[in-house]
Structure formats: structure tokens, C-alpha cells
Design a protein around this ligand. Structure first.
Ligand code: 5GP
Length: 189
């Protein structure tokens, strides 16, 4: 997605340890016009599947997920990082965050992840694939079907895609970062 690649090169910054910061347009302040274009791309890639539900994890996945759900007219559900006491029938998985270097739980009610659901998972980043593997676990627990996973930005050098494809998952990313070493952003053509 050319518009996104240009924006990453223009406004993205990198941090040691292979972290890309896109806080001015995706992760903190958000550009809704760009976010809509991102959702249009996800729709283009997945509209021909039998998707009937969009799933993400709070917080940064919610914006692209809700835009995609809006365009497709489908419900959007997000995994929560803290389990509310009032949540019934919680499904739970553990995810390791490499940006924060800690484990956290992701919970979702089995009321919203069922064998009737054909799920498209949408998120901001694919890095090592830990969050996405947790989602695969939740989808299995709920008995739902995963139709694919769409990421705004994939960091190819952290190899998350291989783990997901080994599970038979269709992976689509809108911008692929080949390298961030020496704090230079190298994006795949
Ligand atoms: P993974 O679980 O694939 O290793 O990492 C994906 C999650 O970690 C994403 O949901 C995102 O929130 C966060 N993440 C991974 N890499 C980056 C990065 O370079 N920049 C930012 N802002 N978040 C990242």
C-alpha cells in the first residue's frame, strides 16, 4: 500500500531492538483518513472470503478493525488485556510482549467467539507472531474458524509470518519492513 509506505518513511521512527514507532498516525494520534484507506485494503483482500466477524486485541488493533467491520457491515470483537469481573465464559490465553518484555493475558467471552464465527483478525503490527498465536489459541478454544489475518505493518525480520503460515493461516500485510538496523527503515517494494 503505497500511501502507507510513504507515511511510514515520512513519519515513522525507529528504536533500538527493532521497534518502529508510528505514534503520530497509528498508535497514539491516529489519522482516520489513512485508517479508512487501510480498511479498504483489508476489505479488498478478504471480501471474497466467508468472513462474518472481525477480531482484534486492544488497544491499537481496534481502529483498523472497527473501520474494516464498518465497511463490511460486520461485528467487531476485541481481546481484552484485563479480565473484567463481570465477564462470563471467559476464554483466556497468555501472550508474550517483546516491546514491553512481559507476559499478559488476553481474554474474550465465548459468547462472542463461537463455532458460527468465520473470523478475520486485524492488528497494527506483526512482529514475532506471539499475539497472533494467542489469537489462534482463542479461536480454537471458541471453536471458531479463522479465515485470515491482516496486519498494517509486518516486520519481516522477526519472522512472525513463518509461524502463522506453518499453522495454515493466510497472512496479508499492507507494508512489510525488511530491516530496521542502524535505525534506517527499509520497506519492501
Ligand atoms: P508480536 O506478538 O507479533 O511479536 O508483536 C505484535 C504486537 O506487539 C502488536 O500488537 C504491537 O502492539 C506490538 N509491536 C510489535 N512490534 C512493534 C513495533 O515495532 N512498534 C510498535 N508500536 N508496536 C509493536
Amino acid at each position: 500500500m503505497e500511501l502507507l509506505k510513504k507515511r511510514i518513511l515520512q513519519d515513522g521512527t525507529c528504536f533500538p531492538g527493532g521497534i518502529l514507532k508510528v505514534d503520530s498516525f497509528i498508535n497514539h494520534q491516529m489519522d482516520p483518513i489513512l485508517m479508512k484507506s487501510i480498511a479498504v485494503e483489508f476489505v479488498r483482500k478478504f471480501a471474497s472470503t466467508n468472513v462474518n466477524k472481525i477480531m482484534t486485541i486492544e488497544a491499537s488493533g481496534i481502529a483498523p478493525a472497527i473501520m474494516t467491520g464498518y465497511l463490511l457491515g460486520l461485528p467487531v470483537v476485541f481481546g481484552k488485556k484485563k479480565s473484567p469481573k463481570t465477564m462470563k465464559n471467559a476464554l483466556c490465553t497468555k501472550v508474550h510482549s517483546f516491546t514491553k518484555d512481559r507476559d499478559y493475558d488476553v481474554v474474550i467471552s465465548s459468547d462472542y467467539l463461537t463455532p458460527q464465527d468465520n473470523v478475520l483478525f486485524v492488528d497494527d503490527f506483526l512482529a514475532y507472531g506471539n499475539a497472533a498465536m494467542g489469537v489462534i489459541d482463542l479461536i480454537k478454544q471458541g471453536g471458531a474458524n479463522l479465515v485470515g489475518m491482516g496486519f498494517i505493518i509486518e516486520k519481516e525480520f522477526q519472522h512472525g509470518r513463518q509461524r502463522l503460515e506453518a499453522e495454515g493461516v493466510r497472512v496479508e500485510s499492507l507494508a512489510i519492513i525488511e530491516d530496521l538496523s542502524d535505525c534506517r527503515i527499509k520497506i519492501k517494494d
